[in-house]
Design a protein around this ligand. Structure first.
Ligand code: PLP
Length: 429
């Protein structure tokens, strides 16, 4: 496929006149100009008529595949009902919270927000209110949205994903400094922070699998240790399941590992691409939102997104094969890429979980953030550029993951592995 994009360039030029950087979210300009005009199932098309097999999947939000019939129908149904009231509650919001509480092991109540960032911002506030403490702990490399408190140490190399640490100008030092950084899969690093800041840490935030740096898989000992340590220390354990939620299991990664956090943030795949997210937890904590912790948002619980979320969750609940299938396809990709890189003697490590796969260009094993510093970002960029040229859409940033959706088929996996073999051979030549 030729990647000349005359229309893409024209749209990009027009976009740059009215949108800062030509996009509406920071990482969308990487590898641009892309201007997409159609999406169906596992495939998307751009304005210049190129068709791509989509592993980007809107950063993983599109779990069932684009334009999924059940979600589409639910959205159409929503349009026949109440659009937005801003007063009281709609039955659909109740149904959504009931369903989420039925599916998520640690959930007794859930608030609905518009984005994952809002869910984690609410978690920060609630944790501070509940504990009366101000410090937070997060893990190096994890991303929890754009809220001030957690927008630091997502990276440690300027050339990686966002190019800035803390993530944004305009943050108060006091906001950034109140977040302490620990090492993923290293319980001692968390213990040390509790020791050096006794009775000051309100919560530990964890992406159970840090997919914002690809896929670091936690040891069971690490997750269980965090649960025990936070309990002992009187801090909350917050799982940020904005990516892992609904993607890896109906009840999120907490169902996979059997460890229940105090609070859980959801988003992305929850409504198969429609804008809604949530924060769930036990009644005792969540009731604070009805007392002294502010929960507000004109569009919270929006009926269109709520209908889409219910349709997505029901589809997942009623089709238990969904996970078997996407996990099997993910495993095929991981195994296939592993075989190809071994055969071609490429210095690469394959990682992932379920339907998520990552190709790191560096020697494994990759179990902690430091291991990621061996990744050859230029090699990933070359791999990505060539795969895009062959019609495979993957995340353009190194240290990110790719997603299998419910619409991908075995034939798609065959094509992907064939293309990856050709690309890796070309790169070696
Ligand atoms: N938490 C995690 C783990 C994420 O990956 C993201 C987004 O990428 C967020 C929170 C923020 O979600 P949103 O982009 O919906 O605000």
């Amino acid at each position: 496929m030729e990647l000349d994009r005359p229309l893409g360039h024209a749209i990009d030029e027009a976009a740059r006149r009215v949108l800062p950087g030509g996009v509406n979210s920071a990482t969308r300009q990487v590898g641009a100009p892309y201007a997409f005009t159609a999406a169906d199932g596992a495939y998307v098309s751009d304005a210049d008529g190129h068709r791509y097999l989509d592993y980007h999947a809107a950063f993983g939000a599109v779990l069932l595949g684009h334009n999924h019939p059940a979600v589409r129908q639910a959205v159409l149904t929503a349009l026949d009902g109440v659009d937005l009231m801003g007063l009281g509650v709609t039955p659909i919001e109740v149904e959504l919270a009931e369903l989420a509480c039925e599916l998520i092991p640690s959930a007794e109540m859930m608030i609905t927000t518009m984005s994952g960032s809002e869910a984690t911002v609410q978690a920060v506030r609630l944790a501070r209110a509940v504990t009366g403490r101000s410090l937070l702990v997060k893990f190096q490399g994890c991303y929890h949205g754009w809220g001030d408190a957690l927008a630091r140490n997502v990276i440690s190399k300027p050339e990686s994903a966002y190019g800035r640490d803390p993530l944004s100008a305009g943050l108060l030092d006091s906001a950034v400094d109140a977040t302490l950084i620990a090492e993923f899969n290293d319980l001692d690093s968390v213990r040390a922070l509790f020791e050096s800041h006794p009775e000051q840490i309100a919560a530990v935030f964890l992406e159970p699998i840090p997919h914002n740096v690809g896929a670091l898989v936690p040891t069971q000992e690490f997750v269980e240790g965090l649960r025990e340590l936070t309990r002992q220390q009187g801090a909350l354990l917050v799982f940020d399941e904005v990516i892992t939620g609904f993607r890896h299991a109906l009840g999120g990664y907490q169902q996979v590992c059997g460890v229940q956090p105090d609070l859980t943030a959801f988003g992305k795949a929850m409504a198969n691409g429609f804008p809604t997210a949530g924060l769930a937890g036990p009644r005792e904590l969540m009731e604070r939102f009805a007392a002294d912790v502010l929960l507000a948002g004109t569009f919270n619980g929006h009926p269109v997104a709520a209908h889409a979320a219910i349709a997505t969750m029901r589809h997942l609940r009623d089709n238990p094969d969904f996970y078997l299938r996407t996990h099997r396809l993910g495993q095929r990709l991981r195994d296939g890429l592993g075989e190809i890189t071994a055969e071609l003697d490429v210095d690469a490590t394959v990682s992932g979980f379920g339907g998520v796969f990552v190709l790191y260009f560096g020697t494994g094993p990759v179990s902690g953030y430091r291991d990621l510093m061996r990744n050859d970002h230029a090699a990933y960029a070359a791999f990505h550029r060539r795969m895009t040229g062959k019609g495979f859409l993957m995340l353009p940033m190194a240290l990110k993951r790719n997603h299998v959706s419910g619409a991908h088929t075995d034939a798609d996996i065959d094509l992907t592995l064939e293309a990856a073999r050709d690309v890796l051979k070309e790169m070696r030549a």
